[in-house]
Write a protein that binds this ligand. Structure first.
Ligand code: XBP
Ligand code: MG
Length: 241
Protein backbone atom coordinates (compact mmCIF):
# COMPACT_ATOMS: atom_id res chain seq x y z
CA UNK A 1 0.00 0.00 0.00
CA UNK A 2 1.47 3.33 -1.08
CA UNK A 3 1.81 6.14 1.43
CA UNK A 4 -0.30 9.19 0.62
CA UNK A 5 2.08 11.96 -0.50
CA UNK A 6 -0.08 14.48 -2.36
CA UNK A 7 -3.60 15.86 -2.69
CA UNK A 8 -4.65 16.96 -6.17
CA UNK A 9 -7.64 19.31 -6.10
CA UNK A 10 -10.14 19.97 -8.83
CA UNK A 11 -11.35 23.60 -8.75
CA UNK A 12 -14.88 24.27 -9.95
CA UNK A 13 -17.39 22.53 -7.72
CA UNK A 14 -14.67 21.18 -5.42
CA UNK A 15 -12.81 24.17 -3.97
CA UNK A 16 -15.64 26.60 -4.72
CA UNK A 17 -19.18 26.12 -6.05
CA UNK A 18 -18.54 28.38 -9.04
CA UNK A 19 -20.80 27.19 -11.81
CA UNK A 20 -24.34 28.51 -11.19
CA UNK A 21 -23.54 31.94 -9.71
CA UNK A 22 -20.07 32.44 -11.19
CA UNK A 23 -19.29 30.97 -14.59
CA UNK A 24 -22.92 30.91 -15.76
CA UNK A 25 -23.41 34.60 -14.85
CA UNK A 26 -20.11 35.52 -16.52
CA UNK A 27 -21.07 33.73 -19.73
CA UNK A 28 -24.41 35.60 -19.85
CA UNK A 29 -22.70 38.95 -19.25
CA UNK A 30 -20.26 38.21 -22.10
CA UNK A 31 -23.13 37.33 -24.44
CA UNK A 32 -24.91 40.58 -23.55
CA UNK A 33 -21.70 42.60 -24.07
CA UNK A 34 -21.49 41.12 -27.58
CA UNK A 35 -25.11 42.08 -28.32
CA UNK A 36 -26.18 38.42 -28.45
CA UNK A 37 -29.60 37.47 -27.05
CA UNK A 38 -28.26 34.17 -25.71
CA UNK A 39 -29.16 33.44 -22.08
CA UNK A 40 -28.08 30.30 -20.24
CA UNK A 41 -30.61 29.73 -17.43
CA UNK A 42 -29.77 27.35 -14.61
CA UNK A 43 -31.41 24.34 -16.25
CA UNK A 44 -29.79 24.83 -19.66
CA UNK A 45 -26.41 25.45 -18.03
CA UNK A 46 -26.75 22.16 -16.17
CA UNK A 47 -27.07 20.41 -19.54
CA UNK A 48 -24.13 22.33 -21.02
CA UNK A 49 -21.88 21.32 -18.09
CA UNK A 50 -21.65 17.91 -19.75
CA UNK A 51 -18.94 19.64 -21.79
CA UNK A 52 -15.89 20.85 -19.88
CA UNK A 53 -13.99 23.95 -20.92
CA UNK A 54 -15.69 27.30 -21.48
CA UNK A 55 -14.76 27.66 -25.16
CA UNK A 56 -15.82 24.07 -25.80
CA UNK A 57 -19.09 24.74 -23.95
CA UNK A 58 -19.92 27.78 -26.09
CA UNK A 59 -19.15 25.79 -29.24
CA UNK A 60 -21.32 22.90 -28.02
CA UNK A 61 -24.25 25.26 -27.30
CA UNK A 62 -24.06 26.98 -30.72
CA UNK A 63 -23.60 23.79 -32.71
CA UNK A 64 -26.57 22.19 -30.92
CA UNK A 65 -28.97 25.17 -30.74
CA UNK A 66 -27.79 27.66 -33.43
CA UNK A 67 -26.12 25.52 -36.11
CA UNK A 68 -26.34 28.27 -38.71
CA UNK A 69 -24.34 30.54 -36.41
CA UNK A 70 -21.62 27.88 -36.14
CA UNK A 71 -21.21 28.00 -39.92
CA UNK A 72 -20.00 31.62 -39.82
CA UNK A 73 -16.39 31.99 -41.07
CA UNK A 74 -15.50 34.05 -37.98
CA UNK A 75 -17.03 31.55 -35.52
CA UNK A 76 -13.75 30.42 -33.96
CA UNK A 77 -12.63 34.02 -33.44
CA UNK A 78 -15.99 34.86 -31.90
CA UNK A 79 -15.78 31.94 -29.47
CA UNK A 80 -12.32 33.07 -28.33
CA UNK A 81 -13.48 36.66 -27.94
CA UNK A 82 -16.63 35.71 -26.02
CA UNK A 83 -14.59 33.47 -23.73
CA UNK A 84 -12.02 36.17 -23.01
CA UNK A 85 -14.79 38.59 -22.04
CA UNK A 86 -16.44 35.90 -19.93
CA UNK A 87 -13.19 35.25 -18.07
CA UNK A 88 -12.82 38.95 -17.31
CA UNK A 89 -16.33 39.01 -15.86
CA UNK A 90 -15.66 35.84 -13.83
CA UNK A 91 -12.45 37.27 -12.37
CA UNK A 92 -14.33 40.43 -11.36
CA UNK A 93 -17.11 38.38 -9.71
CA UNK A 94 -14.58 36.38 -7.71
CA UNK A 95 -12.59 39.48 -6.73
CA UNK A 96 -15.85 40.97 -5.42
CA UNK A 97 -15.89 38.09 -2.93
CA UNK A 98 -19.11 36.60 -4.22
CA UNK A 99 -17.85 33.00 -4.42
CA UNK A 100 -16.73 31.56 -1.06
CA UNK A 101 -14.78 28.33 -0.57
CA UNK A 102 -16.87 25.21 0.01
CA UNK A 103 -17.14 23.96 3.63
CA UNK A 104 -14.03 22.37 5.11
CA UNK A 105 -11.72 23.24 2.19
CA UNK A 106 -9.59 25.89 3.93
CA UNK A 107 -9.22 23.80 7.10
CA UNK A 108 -8.29 20.63 5.21
CA UNK A 109 -5.70 22.45 3.11
CA UNK A 110 -4.20 23.94 6.29
CA UNK A 111 -4.09 20.48 7.92
CA UNK A 112 -2.51 18.96 4.80
CA UNK A 113 0.16 21.67 4.67
CA UNK A 114 0.93 21.25 8.38
CA UNK A 115 1.34 17.50 7.83
CA UNK A 116 3.73 18.07 4.93
CA UNK A 117 1.44 16.71 2.21
CA UNK A 118 2.24 18.06 -1.26
CA UNK A 119 -0.60 19.95 -3.01
CA UNK A 120 -1.54 20.39 -6.66
CA UNK A 121 -4.43 21.52 -8.85
CA UNK A 122 -5.90 19.73 -11.88
CA UNK A 123 -8.72 21.67 -13.55
CA UNK A 124 -10.25 22.37 -16.94
CA UNK A 125 -10.91 25.99 -15.97
CA UNK A 126 -8.69 28.81 -17.21
CA UNK A 127 -5.49 29.67 -15.27
CA UNK A 128 -6.76 33.21 -14.61
CA UNK A 129 -9.71 31.71 -12.77
CA UNK A 130 -7.50 29.51 -10.59
CA UNK A 131 -5.28 32.46 -9.71
CA UNK A 132 -8.12 34.71 -8.64
CA UNK A 133 -10.02 31.94 -6.80
CA UNK A 134 -6.97 30.92 -4.76
CA UNK A 135 -5.95 34.51 -4.02
CA UNK A 136 -9.42 35.91 -3.27
CA UNK A 137 -11.11 32.90 -1.66
CA UNK A 138 -8.21 31.08 0.08
CA UNK A 139 -5.30 33.49 0.79
CA UNK A 140 -3.28 36.13 -1.11
CA UNK A 141 -0.23 33.83 -1.03
CA UNK A 142 -2.20 30.59 -1.71
CA UNK A 143 -0.80 30.15 -5.23
CA UNK A 144 2.54 29.26 -3.60
CA UNK A 145 0.95 26.42 -1.63
CA UNK A 146 0.32 24.37 -4.77
CA UNK A 147 3.46 22.83 -6.25
CA UNK A 148 1.85 22.28 -9.65
CA UNK A 149 -1.21 23.98 -11.13
CA UNK A 150 -2.58 22.23 -14.20
CA UNK A 151 -5.31 24.38 -15.75
CA UNK A 152 -7.21 24.96 -18.99
CA UNK A 153 -5.50 24.64 -22.35
CA UNK A 154 -2.15 23.24 -21.16
CA UNK A 155 -3.35 19.86 -22.39
CA UNK A 156 -5.00 19.02 -25.73
CA UNK A 157 -7.92 17.06 -24.22
CA UNK A 158 -9.91 18.27 -21.21
CA UNK A 159 -11.72 16.14 -18.61
CA UNK A 160 -13.00 13.39 -18.77
CA UNK A 161 -9.74 12.70 -20.62
CA UNK A 162 -6.91 11.92 -18.14
CA UNK A 163 -4.53 14.45 -19.71
CA UNK A 164 -4.63 17.15 -17.04
CA UNK A 165 -4.03 14.69 -14.20
CA UNK A 166 -1.22 13.00 -16.13
CA UNK A 167 0.30 16.44 -16.78
CA UNK A 168 0.25 17.14 -13.02
CA UNK A 169 1.67 13.72 -12.05
CA UNK A 170 4.56 14.13 -14.51
CA UNK A 171 5.52 17.46 -12.94
CA UNK A 172 5.06 16.20 -9.39
CA UNK A 173 7.23 13.18 -10.26
CA UNK A 174 4.81 11.04 -8.27
CA UNK A 175 3.04 7.77 -9.07
CA UNK A 176 -0.75 8.02 -9.31
CA UNK A 177 -1.01 5.55 -6.42
CA UNK A 178 0.68 8.00 -4.01
CA UNK A 179 -1.92 10.69 -4.65
CA UNK A 180 -5.55 11.38 -3.76
CA UNK A 181 -7.68 13.41 -6.18
CA UNK A 182 -10.59 15.47 -4.88
CA UNK A 183 -13.34 15.96 -7.45
CA UNK A 184 -17.02 16.95 -7.73
CA UNK A 185 -18.21 15.69 -11.12
CA UNK A 186 -18.46 12.53 -13.19
CA UNK A 187 -16.24 14.13 -15.85
CA UNK A 188 -13.63 14.88 -13.22
CA UNK A 189 -13.85 11.42 -11.66
CA UNK A 190 -13.48 9.74 -15.07
CA UNK A 191 -10.40 11.87 -15.69
CA UNK A 192 -8.67 11.11 -12.38
CA UNK A 193 -9.55 7.39 -12.51
CA UNK A 194 -8.28 7.15 -16.09
CA UNK A 195 -5.00 8.56 -14.77
CA UNK A 196 -5.03 5.86 -12.08
CA UNK A 197 -5.55 8.24 -9.16
CA UNK A 198 -7.66 7.20 -6.14
CA UNK A 199 -10.43 9.79 -5.87
CA UNK A 200 -12.71 11.29 -3.24
CA UNK A 201 -15.87 12.98 -4.55
CA UNK A 202 -17.76 15.81 -2.86
CA UNK A 203 -20.98 16.38 -4.79
CA UNK A 204 -21.73 19.95 -5.84
CA UNK A 205 -24.93 21.77 -6.79
CA UNK A 206 -24.93 20.52 -10.36
CA UNK A 207 -23.34 17.10 -9.85
CA UNK A 208 -25.52 15.65 -7.07
CA UNK A 209 -26.68 12.17 -8.08
CA UNK A 210 -24.23 11.63 -10.95
CA UNK A 211 -22.72 8.14 -11.34
CA UNK A 212 -19.59 8.20 -9.18
CA UNK A 213 -18.74 4.52 -9.61
CA UNK A 214 -15.08 4.01 -8.80
CA UNK A 215 -14.77 6.80 -6.24
CA UNK A 216 -13.26 5.80 -2.88
CA UNK A 217 -16.03 7.74 -1.18
CA UNK A 218 -18.84 10.15 -2.18
CA UNK A 219 -19.59 12.88 0.39
CA UNK A 220 -21.82 15.98 0.40
CA UNK A 221 -18.81 18.18 1.26
CA UNK A 222 -15.58 18.30 3.31
CA UNK A 223 -17.15 19.99 6.36
CA UNK A 224 -16.73 16.92 8.60
CA UNK A 225 -13.64 15.45 6.92
CA UNK A 226 -10.31 15.62 8.78
CA UNK A 227 -6.90 14.78 7.38
CA UNK A 228 -7.04 11.55 9.38
CA UNK A 229 -10.27 10.72 7.56
CA UNK A 230 -8.53 11.35 4.24
CA UNK A 231 -5.71 8.99 5.20
CA UNK A 232 -8.24 6.35 6.25
CA UNK A 233 -10.29 6.83 3.07
CA UNK A 234 -7.06 6.56 1.05
CA UNK A 235 -6.01 3.31 2.72
CA UNK A 236 -9.53 1.99 2.90
CA UNK A 237 -9.85 1.80 6.68
CA UNK A 238 -12.49 4.51 7.17
CA UNK A 239 -15.73 2.93 8.37
CA UNK A 240 -18.63 3.76 6.03
CA UNK A 241 -19.78 7.32 6.68
C1 XBP B 1 -15.01 23.12 -14.64
C2 XBP B 1 -15.11 23.44 -16.07
C3 XBP B 1 -14.66 24.79 -16.55
C4 XBP B 1 -15.59 25.87 -16.00
C5 XBP B 1 -15.53 27.13 -16.83
O1 XBP B 1 -13.66 22.88 -14.41
O2 XBP B 1 -15.48 22.60 -16.85
O3 XBP B 1 -14.72 24.78 -17.95
O4 XBP B 1 -16.94 25.40 -16.09
O5 XBP B 1 -14.20 27.61 -16.84
P1 XBP B 1 -13.15 21.88 -13.20
P2 XBP B 1 -13.56 28.10 -18.23
O6 XBP B 1 -14.37 21.24 -12.55
O7 XBP B 1 -12.26 20.89 -13.89
O8 XBP B 1 -12.42 22.79 -12.26
O9 XBP B 1 -14.60 28.96 -18.92
O10 XBP B 1 -12.32 28.87 -17.83
O11 XBP B 1 -13.25 26.82 -18.96
MG1 MG C 1 -15.18 20.27 -10.99
Amino acid sequence: METLQALIFDVDGTLVDTERDGHRVAFNLAFADAGLDWHWDEALYGELLAVTGGKERIRFFVERHLPEFAARPDFDALVKSLHATKTAHFVRLVEAGQLPLRPGVARLIAEARAAGLRLAIATTTSPENVDVLLRASLAPEALDWFEVIGAGDVVPAKKPAPDIYQWVLERMKLPASACLALEDSVNGLKSSLAAGIPTLVTESEYTHGQDFTGALRVLPDLAAVTLTDLWNIFDGTLSST
